[in-house]
Every structure is written in structure tokens, then in C-alpha cells.
Design a protein around this ligand. Sequence first.
Ligand SMILES: Cc1cc2nc3c(=O)[nH]c(=O)nc-3n(C[C@H](O)[C@H](O)[C@H](O)COP(=O)(O)OP(=O)(O)OC[C@H]3O[C@@H](n4cnc5c(N)ncnc54)[C@H](O)[C@@H]3O)c2cc1C
Length: 392
Amino acid sequence: MEKFDVLVRGSGCVGRSLALALGARGFRVALLGKTAAPAAATEPGLASGPAAAATAGRPVQPGSDVRAYALNAQSVRLLNRLRVWDTLPEDARTAVHDMRVMGDRAGASLHFSAWDQGVGELAHIVDAAALEDQLDAALRFAPHVQRVSAPVPATLEALCEGRESVTAQTRHGVHFERHDYGHLGIAARVVASQPHHGVALQWFRSPDILGLLPFDRPEAGRSYGFVWSVPRERAQTLLAAGPSEFEAALMEATGGQVGALTLASERQAWPLQLARADRLCGPGWVLLGDAAHLVHPLAGQGLNLGLADVEALVEVIVAREAWRTLDDEKLLRRYARARLAPTWAMGELTDSLLRGFASQAPVIARLRNEGLRLVDRAGPIKKWLTARALGH
Ligand SMILES: Cc1cc2nc3c(=O)[nH]c(=O)nc-3n(C[C@H](O)[C@H](O)[C@H](O)COP(=O)(O)OP(=O)(O)OC[C@H]3O[C@@H](n4cnc5c(N)ncnc54)[C@H](O)[C@@H]3O)c2cc1C
């Protein structure tokens, strides 16, 4: 049987991007995916609510991933190099120019703008299903990548199996430090009665957090993708609620700031966790993406971290000494060292924000709202925070 250079296990966005990036460098890659896995990784036994009737424009296909990903400049550069960025339909990627973060008291807010940061945009919001389609299309023309339906011999195994990854634990004895937030992240598309003007909004409402990401699907200029992190029990109630009851809950959460919101897709939900593998590599194997680290989606950074893993691994492999083979653990440890600090820092940042905003104690509430005001006034801190999120 042919021996490949790399077997990529898992064909989510991270696995597909890695296969493309390695194939483009001339490595022979086998890409092993689960056949026709549903895009929405809903928790077993967790039923999303009744599909809402699309009310405007083109409805989102039932069953396809309803998430809209916020991607930073570094991820966009990688997707550009992989030739999947320009091929995304216009309405599947929307630039964010401003972002407003609201505390749980009137007046406490943070405002980030692309203008202040001296950049063209703060992020791009990308349709998850469209991104997967374009990665697939690019893979069809990738000369060195072969899709396989069972494991094949390869010098290196790259495990990109996502949050449900079992190979790392069963075959390589990797342990995961996990913290369950007790929240579900509900995602769907909505159409607003007011235009979004490229502004993303986030409400830290204690205990729930709601993020609205400006988008152009199903209706240009007035759609949002949202992620609502809600304690599990309340989330189950919201998922079971009818569309108008759910829309009323959204209206209450947003305080009507973007006008009336109408559901334009079904609702899907994911259990939210912080998780880290105790090792990122061993002889002949490496972990990437959600298989290596899970962060709360409040900062929209999970896929950005996974794509940064892809870049780091490819860089290390390409720059290796001529005599080193791809399974050399010393080589793979260079990748692990490069990724340790950024993934740890992002996990800590999202976790501290979440814990800080989850507390109902009045003194903590006062402190966090003061904190928001302070950061908003402190230009350098804001610039630093934004640069981290932008991937500069
Ligand atoms: C509600 C929500 C909103 C989010 N928003 C953002 C955002 O705005 N920005 C951002 O950057 N990130 C965001 N994320 C995070 C992002 O979705 C993930 O980080 C990203 O999808 C991880 O990609 P992946 O390829 O590592 O894993 P996955 O997408 O989970 O892909 C793994 C693949 O491997 C397959 N697989 C599993 N086991 C095996 C096996 N044994 N053999 C073969 N295949 C296997 C699975 O079926 C799957 O197809 C969000 C997450 C959630 C839950």
C-alpha cells in the first residue's frame, strides 16, 4: 500500500486547511473524514427548537451549519493563500468595521473601531457552510491530496478530529483538562428591522452573553449571525420555544438596540467548554484545532486558533533540517512550543472574562462595569487587546 507523508484525521475546517496547505507544498496527503457528518455538532439528546420559517431573502438550508465565524486577519491571509477566500460568494463574508461590547449596566461599554486601529476592518464574518464548501472545492483540485475512507500508512498523523476526538486519548494516551461552563451556545441567523452598518455587538448580561455578528445572508445589510451563551436549563427552554417567543427573548436581551429581530434559520446548540490537551505531539503524531484546545466562543477565536495551528505546523515542517523526517518528535515539539503560549493565553482570557461576568455579586458587577469604562478610555490597552484579537 502507498505510504503517504501525512495522514490528516478529521476533515473539518482545520483538517481540510491543513491538507490543502501541505499539498500545496508538495507533500503527499491522505485526508480521512467521517462520511457526511452533520455540520451541527449538537449534543446527543439535545434537540434544537422547531425550525423557524425564513421570513426574508434566501433561507439558510435546513440542516447546514448556521454559524457565522468571526475570522481575524491572520486566518483570512491563510485562506487567501489556500485560494478559498476569493472564491467565497460575496454575501458569505461580511467585513466588521465597529464593535460594541456592553456590560450589564447602562453606560458601561467598550467601543472598538477599525478606524481607531488603523486597519481596514476588525474581522470578517464568514458563513460556516460556505467556507466548508469552498475548502472542498479547492481540495478537488489539490494534486497531492487524496481523500480516504480508512486509515492508511503515513509518516505523520495529524489529528484534527475536533472536540469529539478519540484517537488522541485511545491511541496516544493524551489527557484533557476540561471545564464545562454549564452553558449551551445557541446559534442561528436573524434579520433585523434596522441596517447593521458592519457593527458587531456583544452583551455581557450575567450570566448569559449574546453576540450579534453583522452578516449579509439571508438579507444583505440587515442580517446577523448570533451566538448566545446561556445556562443549560434556560437554553433548553429557549430552544423549545416557538419562533415568536424566542424572538421576544432576543428583543429583551438586545434592549431593542438593533430593532426587531426575525429568525431566519433553525437554531442549533453546542455545549460550551474550556479544554486543553496535556500534550500536542508525540513521535509521529500532532494535535491541531479543537482536538487540541476548546475555548468559549465569546471571543470568536476557536477556528482562528486552529488555523494558526495549521500555519505553525506547516512552517515548522517546511523549515526542518534536510535529514529530519516528519515523524521526528524533536521537530514536532517545535510546533508544540510555538502554539503553547497563544492557545493558553486565549483560553485564560476568555475564561477570565466569562467568570468575571458570570458573578452576580454587586461588588463584582460594579468592578467589571468600571473595568469596561476604564479599558474604553485607556487607548493603549484597547489597542493591545484589539491587536491580539485581530491576529496582527
Ligand atoms: C457556537 C459557536 C460559535 C463559534 N464561533 C466562532 C467564531 O466566530 N470564530 C472562530 O474562530 N471560531 C468559532 N467557533 C469555534 C469553531 O467552530 C471551531 O474552533 C472549529 O470549527 C474547529 O474546527 P476543527 O476542524 O478543529 O473541528 P471540527 O469542525 O469539529 O471538525 C472535526 C472533524 O473531524 C471529524 N472526526 C471526528 N473524529 C474522527 C475520527 N476518529 N476519524 C475521522 N474524522 C473524525 C468530525 O466528524 C469533524 O468532521 C465557534 C464555536 C461554536 C460552538
